[in-house]
Design a protein around this ligand. Structure first.
Ligand code: ATP
Ligand code: MG
Length: 561
């Protein structure tokens, strides 16, 4: 909790918001325009949520606007499914781009014209070197690159070849258009970067019109310039690309010159925020899909029951910095608990049932009042059924309890939540010696949970009626990776936690939860945590996902699994 509190103190304002404020103060800009620029080649994850909250949040706070722009320059990897999922997730997080939905592909004509501008002014050339040779002559961090033998082609020849590339005359990879900057530059991004590639693949939006596509670097900054983005905010790995983006802005007739600001990307312990890794997890069936609740994707978090308010709160807590760091997964869990504690209705469910027979209870049973939310009287109350046969949580009973165990044990009296005091009289076991049933007595004078003689009990435990409760499957999620810093590189699957999904097949839940089959809001199972109905549920088979436990047991869970 200390981590979360410290982060809160630093939250709110950050260096990017300070820059935006300063720009407005000196009237460098009158309207702030930001954008969130996803590449539609996968689902969004919580790292993207940081960028979304930053870009849309700044636009909101400063009365500007934020564009949603799909950076769809690579038709080979992009799919409509991802576009739809991204739009859904941004909206679900609580943001709205209004009519400002754009695509890099909207600008393909303009980008093509600008490529010709560079060729005509002698600042770009067609390179016929095979890809390996291009790579080899690029140099390294310590060695300069070597000029391509095709670097000094005439403007006319370059134009002619570029137009024929566009017309589809050459095969994939046969040649590329490169900027002519400086093969000796200390910044590898300036060593004649590729501007256009031959890719003979249909594009989701432009169909078969193009057989060449701009590189991400050539499209990205210019798209910002076309849209009049005032603050182009991206993650730190693009800091070294900034000189290249500025070179384009200087050498092209762009309508505006956006400035780029870099911030530290989000990393979280025990997971990997890399689309490449997440794509592999889905493709190779390590998880059940992009929305598997173990995934750090927005879709996965949503299915796990995490409300959007928790994600926004988390992003606010961790703040925006210029140095890379790794955020403890506990901070996210903390935000989830904070949000759900306020909203989730309370219910009772027993995950591992142990039967209790109240021997002195006569009659058909009765209804008791249970409050729906302890801090919110408006949430009202409900009736729960009490009777002779109940289930309690197996771990709330111990036959030979250690000193500090105050829950049920032979001879011990405890309170059943909202009901009565009961005392354990007898333990029934099966042939193997396992406890299968408890014979108990209750005190009818303690109805509602208080003794008129003022005597106290040390524990209150939850329960459900054996007859009225419904069976349910409960899925408990543990960290996807078994290391705080999984590699994310080659062989990353070695770091996967083989016990990340725990299925509890024979839980019992109070009937109110079965009626709520359509209610997809998370609830609190008292003393257990927060849970949400999973879409795999059918009327005859309830499935609940555990969103998060009530307490911070993260480290313990990792070592146990
Ligand atoms: P790719 O390797 O496919 O480019 P990506 O995660 O960078 O993966 P994009 O779709 O390009 O995916 O990301 C959209 C925006 O989200 C970018 O501006 C990027 O800087 C930002 N972003 C991506 N990952 C994170 C992260 N972990 N933390 C914060 N911002 C992120
Ligand atoms: Mg990217």
């Amino acid at each position: 909790m200390a981590i979360a509190e410290q982060a809160i103190a630093e939250g709110g304002r950050d260096f990017i918001r300070d820059i935006v404020q300063a720009d407005l103060d000196v009237k460098r800009h009158t309207t702030v325009v930001t954008r969130f620029p996803p590449e539609p080649n996968g689902y969004l994850h919580i790292g993207h949520a940081k960028s979304i909250c930053l870009n849309f949040g700044i636009a909101e706070e400063f009365g500007g606007r934020c564009h949603l722009r799909f950076d769809d320059t690579n038709p080979a990897r992009e799919e409509q499914e991802y576009i739809d999922a991204i739009e859904k997730d941004v909206r679900w997080l609580g943001f709205d781009w209004g009519k400002h939905l754009f695509h890099a592909s909207d600008y393909f004509d303009r980008l093509y014209e600008w490529a010709e501008v560079l060729i005509t002014s002698g600042k770009a050339y067609i390179d016929d070197q095979p890809p390996e040779q291009m790579r080899a002559s690029r140099g390294t961090l310590t060695e300069p690159g070597r000029n391509s033998p095709f670097r000094d082609r005439s403007v006319d020849e370059n134009l002619d070849l570029f137009r024929r590339m566009k017309a589809g005359e050459f095969d994939n990879g046969a040649r590329v258009l490169r900027a002519k900057i400086d093969m000796g530059s200390g910044n590898i991004n300036l060593r004649d970067p590729t501007l256009y590639r031959i890719v003979k693949a249909p594009h989701p939006r432009t169909g078969t019109k193009w057989s060449i596509y701009p590189s991400y670097d050539f499209a990205h900054g210019q798209s910002d310039a076309i849209e009049g983005i005032t603050h182009s905010i991206c993650t730190l790995e693009f800091e070294d690309h900034r000189p290249l983006y500025e070179w384009f802005l200087e050498n092209l007739p762009v309508p505006t010159k956006p400035h780029q600001y870099e911030f530290a990307r989000l990393n979280i312990t025990y997971t990997v925020l890399s689309k490449r890794v997440l794509t592999t997890l889905v493709r190779d069936d390590h998880v059940k899909g992009w929305d598997d609740p173990r995934m750090p994707t927005i879709a996965g978090l949503r299915r796990r029951g995490v409300p959007p308010a928790a994600i926004r709160d988390f992003v606010r807590r961790i703040g925006v910095a210029k140095a890379n760091s790794v955020v403890d997964a506990n901070v996210l869990d903390f935000s989830i608990r904070e949000a759900l504690n306020k909203t989730a209705l309370r219910r009772m469910a027993v995950l591992r049932p142990l039967k209790v027979v109240i021997e002195n209870y006569e009659g058909p049973g009765e209804e008791l009042d249970a409050v729906n939310h302890p801090d919110n009287p408006d949430a009202g109350s409900r009736k729960i059924k009490f009777g002779r046969e109940l289930y309690i949580e197996h771990e709330d009973f111990m036959e030979n309890p250690p000193k500090k165990f105050f829950r049920l044990s032979p001879g011990m009296e405890v309170r059943l939540r909202y009901a009565y005091f009961i005392t354990c009289r007898e333990v029934v076991k099966d042939a193997a010696g396992l406890v299968t049933e408890l014979r108990c007595s209750y005190d009818p004078a303690t109805r509602g949970g208080n003794a008129p003689d003022g005597r106290k009990v040390k524990a209150t435990i939850h329960w459900v009626s054996a007859k009225e409760s419904k069976p349910a499957e409960v899925r408990v999620y543990h960290p996807l990776f078994n290391k705080p810093d999984p590699s994310g590189g080659e062989g990353f699957t070695d770091d996967l936690n083989p016990h990340s999904l725990e299925i509890i097949g024979d839980a019992r839940v109070e009937p109110a939860l079965a009626e709520a089959t359509n209610a997809l809001e998370p609830v609190q199972f008292e003393r257990q945590g927060y849970f949400i109905l999973d879409p795999d549920s059918t009327p005859g088979h309830l499935v609940f996902n555990r969103t998060v436990g009530l307490r911070d047991t993260f480290a313990k869970e990792v070592t146990r699994s």
